[in-house]
Design a protein around this ligand. Sequence first.
Ligand SMILES: CC(C)(COP(=O)(O)OP(=O)(O)OC[C@H]1O[C@@H](n2cnc3c(N)ncnc32)[C@H](O)[C@@H]1OP(=O)(O)O)[C@@H](O)C(=O)NCCC(=O)NCCS
Length: 224
Amino acid sequence: MTVAVNSMRVAPEWREIGAADVAAVHELHLAATQKVGRPDLIRPESRAFFEKMVSGAGRIVGLFDDEGLLAYGVLQWDLSIEEDPYGPLGLDRSASLAKLAGTSVRPAAWGCGLHSQLIAWRIEAARSLGFRHLYSTSAPGNHRSWTNLIGEGFGICALKEQYGGHLRFLLTRTVDEPVRQARSGEWCAVEAIGRQRQLLGAGHQGVAWRKAKGAHEIFYAPRH
Ligand SMILES: CC(C)(COP(=O)(O)OP(=O)(O)OC[C@H]1O[C@@H](n2cnc3c(N)ncnc32)[C@H](O)[C@@H]1OP(=O)(O)O)[C@@H](O)C(=O)NCCC(=O)NCCS
């Protein structure tokens, strides 16, 4: 794969993150979060979290170029440290579930489509590990995050307060199938939290997005 970054063409290399790379992952997480400048939109992760992920609780994929770590994405399957996802996802506790648990791209490389590739890589990793269901959380205000998740076949199935009272979408898909698209439904402004809660409560899910007059809207359609 070749990615244009700052008009220079580089050929980054994908590889799994090991213990020796954890400091670079944490550093990139801090740098990307700082660049966004909205701590309420991104869950702050400790270095210990990433250490846990490479020590059996999950897996991290990294993309490296000649300047170091360019991007990473976490696939987490030890969900014991998470707020219970099974109820909001409508899944039994025995369901085979993994989480796309955080990703960052070096700010100089934003807009190159790396996030979508990190999502796709983790769907494939989950498939090869035998997981059936996936989920992720994303702040409604972090549209760069949830638009790419929807683009890779995730649907919004819940809206709840998490991580110390911050509003988050819960997005899910099965490993094998992206969420089904539908023609009948309703476009809803992402800021219209109350209406989205009503639609989700009535059995709808958010399956598509668009930008209308500069604002982000989500298409909610019946689940079945
Ligand atoms: C969210 C994130 C992973 C997206 O990664 P990405 O690979 O840049 O994603 P995309 O290539 O799809 O581009 C996303 C956005 O960057 C914008 N962009 C493009 N070039 C840019 C640049 N030079 N500077 C800033 N933004 C730029 C794109 O226009 C797009 O924004 P839009 O949706 O408003 O049009 C990245 O922005 C990031 O690391 N953010 C901080 C951490 C975070 O929020 N993680 C997700 C939650 S855990």
